[in-house]
Design a protein around this ligand. Sequence first.
Ligand SMILES: Nc1ncnc2c1ncn2[C@@H]1O[C@H](COP(=O)(O)OP(=O)(O)OP(=O)(O)O)[C@@H](O)[C@H]1O
Ligand SMILES: [Mg+2]
Length: 108
Amino acid sequence: MIKIEAIFRLCRFEAVKAALAKVDVRGMTVSEVKGCGKQKRAIEHYRGSEYEILFHPKVKIEIVTLKENMNKIIDAISYAARTDETGDGKIFVSEIAEVVHIRTGQRD
Ligand SMILES: Nc1ncnc2c1ncn2[C@@H]1O[C@H](COP(=O)(O)OP(=O)(O)OP(=O)(O)O)[C@@H](O)[C@H]1O
Ligand SMILES: [Mg+2]
């Protein structure tokens, strides 16, 4: 099993959700997160004062799935989340050591 963690723009969430449904992804965890990439910090003005934006709001989707599903899921997310502007996001893939189904105690 692997975990795919995708962090991308909030405005692309509906498109990514639809793309994942098309490749039969059902189980997932969704969070609103804040983060930063490589770019310099942005400055925002509010009531005459300057504020440095250290972290940008993003959405994070976590999907644990079989390794054989990895490429189609990555392709679906990348295509749906892309705007071609800096800050489109990142996808991280890691190995999952164990999955436990709480109700039944089943492990696989
Ligand atoms: N090295 C990292 N570790 C963990 N999270 C990261 C990392 N890099 C980026 N992120 C997360 O991904 C989000 C989007 O990052 P972003 O797309 O700006 O990355 P980037 O490397 O600067 O690429 P780009 O050139 O497209 O801006 C960040 O807000 C942060 O939440
Ligand atoms: Mg960036």
